[in-house]
Design a protein around this ligand. Sequence first.
Ligand code: BTN
Length: 264
Amino acid sequence: MNDLTEDCLKEQLNPRFPGLPFRFHEVTDSTQSDALNWAREGAPHGSFVLADTQSNGRGRRGRTWEGGAGKSILISFILRPQMEPDRLGLMGGAAAIAVAHALRNHTDIPAQTKWPNDVWIHGKKVAGILLELVWRESRLEAVVAGIGINVNQKPEDLPPGTRTPATSLTIEASKTWDRCALLCRLVEELNGVMERAQTDPAALLAEWKALECTLNRQVLAVDENRQIKGQVTDILGDGSLKIISDGRERQLRWGEVSILPDFE
Ligand code: BTN
């Protein structure tokens, strides 16, 4: 029996979030593209698009996202945050914090965030997040947070030869997980995190720092123009990463980070 169906979601979500709009597809191109269209048509804050399988899943920096059919959580949330644009950097972190909390609370596995918006377990990526913005003229209308979580993949189900080492909850805990229950937990955590992002961003930032695996580690960071090798010392209020490199302080607003072995 499939562990993720529209009916099981309605049954489990309705008592906690009555009437929360969502769209479920057994197969779609990309929940992200679906959610972007729905956001432009006016979908309310918190609504989401979910799929059992994607045929054209998209990742950050033009990469593809392969979600093993029937084994992942593939979801895109439509968010309409009421916050100053200079705080928007917190949004990627907020989604990663929600995923890490959901995994920790539901499975007891020590998931961590990895800046800017991944979730890792024991040095391997278990979830990725793609944030895309919907603008109307110069006004930000919505943020679409697309989340892919490797849940029930066995080692042979993960795409071979990826640049980043990958894992799944099944690999980490040697058991099969009920995706519907995990998804309900994620919806709950995301709602809580989004509320804190607006009412108490300082507390949310403290949560992020407590979960972040790059803090105090030596890293190689890259954005469009530069490569920085140094030690991560902080995450700032706008979500940027503070790195000390050759005695100088650098701030990275976005980019990718690899953790270097401690002995380097
Ligand atoms: C990354 O790590 O590069 C981000 C991956 C984001 C993948 C998710 S899966 C659900 C949603 N739909 C997509 O097409 N992409 C995101």
